[in-house]
Design a protein around this ligand. Structure first.
Ligand code: PLP
Length: 397
């Protein structure tokens, strides 16, 4: 018997479980104190009314022989593919329905897409970033090279002279730093990837937070991306589907490497290992893109944006350097007083009873940085912001 020895290359404990464990231990030791949890990037608002209506209607359909749905089409229902294509068309990106693959979320697709690539590819992963890119490649035994995302480069690594990698992950807006690429910056990545025969894996899970017209919401807004990029997106953040589960991958027709086309390979992979996202969930997802759905969702996004503004104002008041929170639900702050990320985590828990996420949990370059999320309840966020500002004042005194 042999097990996958590459699991030894993974960090012992996954970031969010450590955060959860520490917060739970503190709460158990201090039952009289109310701990505000802003550690995990989960949403707090319920599904929007038009989404719930669609979900109910779909559930009812399942109750009758004439409208019951069993296994669905391999790539997802056309009504949802069409709704997604319409969403992309609004920003000038034209997609064929066969280029849209519906799934149960971006995380699965980001991990599963690696079935298409050989084990000897070199993978470039930003540091800090969503830990899934690194861990999924380490599990498969691939060589992972890190691209530092620092205050100096605006947390947006760019291709450097002589850079070679086969697979590059880009996350924009970024989790955890909140930084987002402009179209001009992405064009540099696209040109580099086309020259190098590399593939860009573009994670657009937070695209809905972008308001700055210079920032790209999809890599396919950039000329040349169809010959080098795959995009992952999700209903989790735009519409609160973290527990409902729906996402999609856009894989352009004609994208090929090593004499093979990637879209048919991905379809083959999916039909071999995945039997489709539930009909009722796809109906709920399609409702997001209706006129009523979009209006309700904008209200939810504005609610989170307001949270970001409240947290940002508290940090500014306390004189703490931070980034993000503008085109992103995350605020990325420099730990005050030269504290380390975990040190500041413990300090904030102890002094403000607020749980955040230590930056170094997202990579070495996150050392000394800290992530706050705008996805919380508004009243709790206001309370957290006030507590953070008050605690930081004692530090400065
Ligand atoms: N990509 C990024 C950058 C994320 O931060 C997350 C979740 O937090 C995901 C993907 C996962 O999305 P999903 O819920 O669709 O699996």
């Amino acid at each position: 018997m042999q097990l996958n020895q590459h699991f030894r290359d993974l960090e012992q404990s996954y970031l969010f479980s450590t955060v959860g464990r520490k917060a739970a231990a503190y709460a158990a030791a201090h039952p009289e104190q109310k701990v505000i949890r802003m550690g995990i990037g989960d949403v707090t608002l319920p599904l929007a009314a038009p989404v719930i209506t669609a979900l109910h209607a779909a559930v009812d359909e399942m109750a009758h022989k004439e409208t019951f749905h069993g296994y669905g089409p391999d790539q997802g229902y056309e009504f949802l593919q069409q709704a997604i294509a319409g969403y992309y068309a609004q920003r000038g990106v034209s997609l064929a329905l066969e280029e849209i693959f519906i799934s149960d979320g971006a995380k699965s697709d980001i991990g599963n897409i690696l079935d298409l690539f050989g084990p000897d590819n070199t993978v470039l992963v930003p540091d800090p970033v969503y830990p899934v890119y690194r861990d999924t490649n380490l599990m498969a035994g691939r060589r992972v090279v890190l691209a530092p995302a620092t205050e100096e480069n605006g947390f947006l690594p760019m291709p450097t002279p002589g850079l070679h990698a086969d697979i590059v992950y880009l996350c924009s807006p970024n989790n955890p730093t909140g930084a987002a690429y402009t179209r001009a910056q992405l064009k540099e990545w696209v040109d580099w990837a086309n020259r190098e025969d590399a593939i860009l894996l573009y994670d657009a899970a937070y695209e809905c937070f972008i308001r700055d017209p210079n920032l790209a919401r999809s890599i396919f807004e950039v000329e040349g991306a169809r010959s080098c990029a795959i995009e992952f997106c999700s209903f989790s953040k735009i519409a609160g589907f973290t527990g409902t589960r729906c996402g999609y991958t856009v894989l352009p027709g004609g994208l090929a490497r090593d004499g093979m086309e990637l879209a048919p390979m991905w379809l083959r992979r999916q039909t071999t290992k995945y039997n489709g996202t539930p009909y009722i969930v796809q109906r709920a997802a399609a409702a997001v893109f209706t006129e009523e759905g979009m209006a309700a969702i904008q209200q939810n996004l504005d609610y989170y944006r307001q949270n970001a503004a409240v947290l940002g104002a508290a940090l500014t008041e306390a004189g703490v350097t931070y980034y993000g929170g503008e085109n992103s639900p995350y605020l990325w702050l420099k730990c005050p007083g030269g504290m380390g990320s975990w040190e500041f985590f413990d300090w904030l828990l102890e002094n403000a009873q607020v749980v955040g996420t230590p930056g170094e949990g997202f990579g070495e370059c996150g050392r000394g940085w800290f992530r706050l999320t705008a996805f919380g309840d508004a009243a709790e966020t206001r309370e957290a912001a006030a507590r953070i500002a008050a605690a930081l004042k004692t530090l400065n005194a």
